[in-house]
Structures are given as structure tokens and as C-alpha cells.
Write a protein that binds this ligand. Structure first.
Ligand code: SAH
Ligand code: SF4
Length: 408
């Protein structure tokens, strides 16, 4: 990557720009000039003013990067050529993360390795699920929609879900999750989180405001343990890219301080919330999710209750069915009771456990999944069984692990 400083910036200006960058990413940029992708419109405007340009140059940059998805400064034709050259010569770059490898599943799901913004080689994983709601709608409305191909120029999908990562690896150490095996390698930057989305929108020529695309922050990592960068990326995606927060769902293992911060976000930028419940009681949950010893179920529910929900909004409770461990009929009864007592408008997404190397759980029997679902329905709990997507390319829930082993 470029090791030059943005030479047209005075030292003071340069420090300011870098500080803006640092504030937004919580991670210093090592050995590179200012990186633009990931900065919000205000930071871009401030940077332009400080190099003697009009304030609206920042808006032009934001429009180009986040609305038109221009990936190189040279392509920002709304800026005068001389300014573009000055910026490039000074070491500034958009540096929107690019998709460097694609794995295509036989069910249409695509898994991507997206290049890192700090170091290109530190790739990040994301998943595209055409015609599937990944369960986030909770009503099955996106499932099993037949593909309609009307010719080469027509889209082959009616709606799609993008699964976004927030960290490389994860520190939470859930016993059933492959990502946990990596440990936490690093937090993603704002530009890396928003960049996964923009790179994928661009690849599939998504029309914002027209196409039905949902974002789920359910990829690698625990979003609420990278709160500042994750939320800054959400704000960019809402305000600059133009995606409604009601089309976004963040999933958490139950990080109480993070849920409390989320509850305090204004509704115009707050994504919907999914809690990875995964167990019917504290005893089993602590066994499979050690984080439960720090924040047990009641503490999580207390934090969730602080959130002011939108009309008709429900909290999603994800529940991974581990054969023989969490999938018994009495577990379903306990879950129903727990949710009823919580007083929260809830829906449950059942996920049959996806196997991974080195993890000694069993997949649930199909009858157990069906029985669990029926028991919840009988108790009046809205429930949706998430169909596994992209298992053959290691793209399914809990299978992301920065690796190209599936391809080799
Ligand atoms: N860290 C966040 C978001 C990423 S995990 C969280 O835990 O919520 C997204 C979902 O995948 C979680 O609900 C998690 O419980 C589930 N999951 C993890 N490993 C899985 C596996 N092997 N099979 C099925 N679901 C899994
Ligand atoms: Fe981390 Fe979520 Fe996997 Fe748990 S399930 S280890 S929180 S990614």
C-alpha cells in the first residue's frame, strides 16, 4: 500500500485528518496516507476545508464514494482534475475494500473474501444470500421464493440478504461456533465494515430504494464488542448509502453494555436487534456460551427492555439447535416460558447447528427441529426455521473462518 503522506496537507492539517480517521476507526493507520472510504460527510468536508477547498467538495466525495460507488479518486469526476491529481499525488486514496475471492454455493449463496483496508492481505468475510431473508424477517416471507430469470439483463433475485462481519475472529468463545476457534484477531475499521456492503451492492448492481436488500450483522465477530466502528459504519450505511436501519439486524451474544448503548441510539439509525439465546436456561447457556457467566439471561433481557421499540418491532431470539443438548421438547417449553415472562415482543429464529471441523456437537434430527418449532407455535411464540445457506462453501451461520480451505 501507499506509504506516502498526503503532502499537500500542512502538518497540523495532516494531524487533524488523521485524528478524524482515528476517531472513526479506533485504530491508527500505519504507514499510509489518509484513507477516505469510511469517513463520514462531515469529516470529508472538514478535510477539504483544511486544504483550502470549498466545504461542498466533501459532499461531492461522499456522493461519489457512497452513492455512486466510485472506487478510485480518478473516477470522482465531480472534483476538478487538478484536485484529484493533488490528492493522489499526496498519497490520499479511497481504498474501498475489493472482493478478492468468491465462493459460489449450489444454492446461490456467495461467500466473499474482501480485502482489508489496513493491510490488503488481512481479508474479511461476507456472504450474499439471494432470495432468502436469512430468517431476519422472521415471517418466512423471503424463504423459498422461486428464481425468475427474465433474460440476461434482468436480476435473478427478488430480494437478498447481506451478512456482514464486524471483526476477524471473535473473543466470545461460544463452544459451537467455528469463528470462535480463531480467537479475536482484530476489530474491523469503519471502512471495512461499510466496505463489505458497498462492494457487494456494487457487484450485484443493487438499486438502493428499489431492490429489497437486508443487512444482517451476523458474520464473523461480535458487533457490540467493536461498537464504535460498527455503529459508525451503520450511520454511514443509513445516512450516506441510503439503507434503512429497519432493513438491518444486529445479532449479539448478549453484551449488556453494548445493548444499553444501542438502546440509546436514535431510532433513525438504530438497527433491529437479535439476541443469540441458544439455550433454555442459564445452566446450559453458561456451558455452551461462557459469556453467560458474565451476563446471564436476565441481565441481557433487562438491557433489551431499555430499548424503545418501533411500532410492530420485535426482538429476534436466535436459537441454535444442538442435537441432544438444546433441542428437547422440555427446552422448547422453557424457552416459551422465558420469553413470555420477559414481556418483550419476541420472535424466535431456530437454526439447526451447522457442523464444523473440531467441534464435537451433533446436528439436530429433522423431527427435533420440527417438534421444537411446533411446541413454540403451540405456546403462541412466532417462530421461523432458518434454512441453512451455503453450507457447501462454509458460508452458513457459524461457519465463517478466515480461510480458503474450502476452495483448495
Ligand atoms: N457474534 C454474534 C453475531 C455472529 S454469530 C452472535 O453471536 O450473535 C451469528 C449467529 O450464528 C448467532 O446466532 C450464533 O449463535 C449462530 N451460530 C454460531 N455458530 C453456529 C453454528 N455452527 N451453526 C448454526 N448457527 C451458529
Ligand atoms: Fe462470537 Fe457469535 Fe461465534 Fe459466539 S456465536 S463465538 S459471539 S461469532
Amino acid at each position: 500500500m501507499n506509504g506516502k503522506k498526503c503532502s499537500m496537507l500542512s502538518p497540523a492539517v495532516s494531524a487533524h485528518t488523521k485524528q478524524l480517521f482515528r476517531l472513526d476507526t479506533n485504530r491508527p493507520v500505519v504507514g499510509s496516507g489518509p484513507v477516505l472510504f469510511g469517513l463520514n460527510a462531515e469529516a470529508l468536508a472538514a478535510s477539504m476545508v483544511e486544504i483550502g477547498e470549498p466545504v461542498w467538495r466533501g459532499r461531492q466525495l461522499a456522493e461519489a464514494m457512497y452513492r455512486q460507488w466510485v472506487a478510485d479518486l480518478d473516477g470522482v469526476t465531480t472534483l476538478p482534475k487538478a484536485l484529484r491529481s493533488r490528492l493522489v499525488a499526496g498519497g490520499c486514496a479511497i481504498r474501498r475494500p475489493r472482493i478478492v475471492q468468491t465462493f459460489v454455493s449450489n444454492d446461490g449463496t456467495e461467500r466473499y473474501l474482501v480485502e482489508g483496508q489496513v493491510l490488503e492481505s488481512q481479508t474479511v468475510e461476507s456472504v450474499w444470500m439471494p432470495d432468502g431473508d436469512g430468517g431476519e424477517a422472521g415471517d418466512g416471507s423471503g424463504a423459498d421464493v422461486p428464481k425468475q430469470s427474465n433474460g440476461e439483463n434482468e436480476k435473478e433475485w427478488q430480494r437478498a440478504t447481506i451478512c456482514v462481519s464486524s471483526q476477524v475472529g471473535c473473543a466470545v468463545n461460544c463452544q459451537f461456533c467455528l469463528t470462535a476457534k480463531l480467537g479475536l484477531q482484530r476489530n474491523l475499521t469503519v471502512g471495512e465494515i461499510a466496505g463489505q456492503v458497498v462492494a457487494i451492492l456494487d457487484r450485484h448492481a443493487v438499486e438502493i430504494g428499489k431492490d429489497r436488500v437486508n443487512l444482517v450483522f451476523m458474520g464473523m465477530g461480535e458487533p457490540l464488542l467493536n461498537y464504535d466502528s460498527w455503529m459508525a459504519a451503520v450511520r454511514l450505511l443509513v445516512k450516506e448509502v441510503g439503507i434503512s436501519p429497519q432493513r438491518m439486524t444486529v445479532s449479539t451474544s448478549g453484551i449488556v453494555p453494548g445493548i444499553e448503548r444501542l438502546a440509546a441510539e436514535p431510532p433513525e439509525v438504530r438497527p433491529k436487534l437479535a439476541i443469540s439465546l441458544n439455550a433454555p436456561n442459564d445452566e446450559i447457556r453458561s456451558e455452551i456460551m461462557p459469556i453467560n457467566r458474565k451476563w446471564p439471561i436476565e441481565a441481557v433481557l433487562d438491557a433489551v427492555r431499555k430499548m424503545r421499540l418501533r411500532p410492530r418491532e420485535r426482538i429476534t431470539f436466535e436459537y441454535v439447535l444442538l442435537g441432544g443438548v438444546t433441542d428437547r421438547p422440555e427446552h422448547a417449553q422453557q424457552v416459551a416460558r422465558l420469553l413470555r415472562r420477559s414481556g418483550l415482543p419476541a420472535k424466535v429464529n431456530l437454526i439447526a447447528w451447522n457442523p464444523g471441523p473440531g467441534i464435537a456437537y451433533q446436528m439436530p434430527q429433522p423431527e427435533a427441529v420440527e417438534g421444537f418449532k411446533r411446541a413454540l407455535v403451540a405456546e403462541g411464540v412466532p417462530v421461523y426455521v432458518r434454512r441453512p445457506r451455503g453450507r457447501d462453501i462454509f458460508a452458513a451461520c457459524g461457519q465463517l473462518k478466515r480461510t480458503i480451505e474450502a476452495a483448495t
